[in-house]
Design a protein around this ligand. Structure first.
Ligand code: ATP
Length: 236
């Protein structure tokens, strides 16, 4: 569904990604793991059209998306749940969700109402708190809202950047359960998650990014049992 081929990305003279190639097949969860500063967020931001690449290609459903504006990329069906729960704090829960439904793609599907019902069914807390300002929600609720807002845009693939960052352990479980459940309902997912053990467990495929380069890839299960991954990322 998504193919990244030999992507190079620079910030000024500093190279952040070097010949990065990944495949995200439809219906799968694919994880990117790597240390701080390895380039994981840069890769997600490049795919989302937020950072411009120097060379390489990004294709979504056989269409080149290099150089498209980020809203156009969203509108093709690539949603993003960015690091840090980027909700609009002074809008209500419902207004935040309505912003997600403003994409032409979502309106064309004529299902914004149904989409909202689906999001409320998935996250009953958001339904109960629909009139509450998003800034007053707990961290976990804000993450649910960020996911709900993304779903309102009717994406086919969702990229998650550190979805469990800063959340309490129980809430982390809930967020990862939500991601898995979305995937079981057919959503394709590209996941960057600091909780490496759990992310490998729920991923069909994973890539290890070190200093801007992919140094290893395999099934989640394979990487979970790989000595180098166990030492470097699982502390075993
Ligand atoms: P983390 O897990 O800490 O978020 P990461 O793997 O997501 O790390 P990136 O945030 O993609 O890594 O950063 C990769 C490299 O690019 C780092 O060296 C970082 O300092 C640098 N970098 C990231 N964003 C910028 C920017 N806007 N300007 C300059 N350098 C940047």
């Amino acid at each position: 569904m998504l193919t990244v081929d030999k992507l190079d990305l620079y910030y000024g003279d500093a190279q952040a990604l070097s010949e990065v190639s990944i495949e995200v097949p439809q219906g799968q969860i694919v994880s990117i793991i790597g240390a701080n500063g390895a380039g994981k967020s840069s890769l997600i931001r490049a795919i989302a059209g937020i950072e411009a690449c120097r060379s390489g290609s990004i294709r979504f459903r056989d269409r080149s998306i290099n150089g498209l504006e980020s809203h156009a990329i969203c509108n093709l069906g690539i949603g993003q749940v960015a690091e840090g729960r980027q909700v609009f704090p002074s809008l209500t829960v419902l207004e935040n969700l309505e912003v997600g439904a403003m994409l032409p793609r979502a309106r064309a599907r004529a299902g914004a109402r149904r989409q909202l019902d689906d999001v409320f069914a998935m996250f009953p807390t958001l339904a109960e708190r629909r009139s509450q300002f998003a800034g007053t929600l707990s961290g976990g609720e804000q993450q649910m809202l960020a996911i709900g807002r993304c779903l309102m845009g009717a994406p086919e693939l969702i990229m998650f950047d550190e979805p469990s960052l800063g959340l309490a352990p129980l809430v982390v479980q809930e967020v990862l359960h939500t991601i898995r459940s979305l995937n079981q309902h057919g959503m394709t997912i590209l996941l960057v998650e600091q909780n490496v053990a759990v992310s490998l467990k729920i991923s069909q495929r994973a890539y290890v990014l070190e200093n801007g380069r992919i140094v290893m890839s395999g099934s989640g299960e394979e990487l979970l049992h790989n000595d180098r991954v166990r030492q470097a990322y699982l502390g075993l």
